[in-house]
Design a protein around this ligand. Structure first.
Ligand code: HEC
Length: 216
């Protein structure tokens, strides 16, 4: 077995994800140990299309500090406190390969959001956030975009129930926001969410990933 594979195997054994703090050290051991993750030229293959539930939870726990740094980098006082908000889902796999998400709601949104399709229209100040991380073919996890829906004051954007959609890169850079900078880059958010217009533009995770009581 080539030396670098031995090293990878040893690393995977010696560094279980729960013992790691830094983002660069969060790896899914099974993928890190898999030689096929790199081709002969050393290039990475496609990101994994699935992880086990245990692997997702394990990696999400390892990524917590790095994700907190991303929230802080956005530079918004509310978003800095996301991890104190109510989690509205377990960690789940996005339709995009290699991306794993979790939904959080702020105190103004949580009780309504937890009622899902039965919930009332959200009040001004409600915020729902999806945070995400990606896992590469070699098992390495890194923070990915932060997706935000914030209910603004009446008249902000009446066509979409005054929601502000915004996305941020994990380093805090704004991708775009409704009614603000690079508006055109988030128009597709509202277009897709408009399918749930009668649910106040909220689409909701699949029932099996939902958390229905605030304060868990
Ligand atoms: C192609 C459709 C589609 C697009 C485009 C899209 N979303 Fe979503 N969004 C979803 C789906 C489906 C969910 C339900 C949760 C899931 O499956 O991840 C969701 C959930 C959310 C949630 C959690 C609140 C809820 O609706 O339950 C937020 C916040 C969110 N999206 C923000 C955004 C932002 C910001 C953008 C643009 C940068 C965006 N979305 C673009 C489909 C979309």
């Amino acid at each position: 077995m080539p030396i670098h594979l031995v090293t990878l195997l040893l690393l995977a054994i010696a560094l279980p994800a729960h013992a790691q703090n830094h983002v660069d050290e969060c790896r899914v051991a099974r993928l890190a140990a898999k030689p096929a993750a790199r081709d002969a030229a050393g290039r990475l293959g496609a990101p994994p299309s699935s992880l086990t539930l245990a692997e997702i939870e394990h990696t999400a726990a390892c990524m917590a500090a790095a994700l907190d740094r991303s929230f802080a980098a956005v530079g918004d006082a509310a978003i800095r406190r996301v991890r104190a908000w109510a989690p509205m889902s377990t960690s789940y796999k996005a339709s995009e390969h290699g991306t794993f998400l979790r939904v959080y709601a702020n105190p103004q949104a949580a009780a309504s959001y937890a009622r899902y399709e039965e919930g009332p229209r959200m009040p001004q100040g409600a915020m729902v956030i999806k945070r995400s991380f990606r896992v590469e073919a070699d098992g390495r996890a890194r923070p990915h975009r932060i997706y935000i829906m914030e209910k603004m004051g009446s008249g902000y954007e009446p066509g979409i129930n005054d929601w502000r959609f915004a996305a941020y890169e994990p380093n805090g850079a704004l991708v775009g926001e409704t009614g603000g900078r690079d508006n055109s880059r988030v128009r597709f958010c509202a277009e897709c969410h408009a399918a749930a217009r009668e649910q106040d533009f909220l689409i909701f995770v699949l029932p099996k990933f939902r958390i229905t009581s605030v304060g868990q």
